[in-house]
Write a new protein. Structure first.
Length: 114
């Protein structure tokens, strides 16, 4: 079992920045990739960014160049630095950890006002 706790969401104006953090605990040795997903009202959950244990990253096209994912394997944390935020980035953001199955955090709201 893996437990994920997110922090760092909030309200920000367009063009601003936010940093999300996620701390993993439990069977952390079994974690392969970690990442962030988001779900806006009325839309499906979508991948924002992911990072493997060796540091390879993958980003959604809509956030490339604006968001940066990082991982600290010693502290078992993953972070998402979000810059140049847009109103369309408004969503609940979920931390994800992949072992033989997917684990999810409780979600943190990010609201970008225009």
């Amino acid at each position: 079992q893996v437990q994920l706790v997110e922090s760092g969401g909030g309200l920000v104006q367009a063009g601003g920045s936010l940093r999300l953090s996620c701390a993993a605990s439990g069977s952390i040795f079994s974690i392969n990739a970690m990442g962030w997903y988001r779900q806006a009202p009325g839309k499906q959950r979508e991948l924002v960014a992911a990072i493997t244990s060796d540091g390879s990253t993958n980003y959604a096209y809509s956030v490339k160049g604006r968001f940066t994912i990082s991982r600290d394997n010693d502290k078992n944390t993953v972070a998402l630095q979000m810059n140049s935020l847009k109103p369309e980035d408004t969503a609940v953001y979920y931390c994800n950890a992949q072992t033989y199955r997917a684990y999810w955090g409780q979600g943190t709201q990010v609201t970008v006002s225009s």
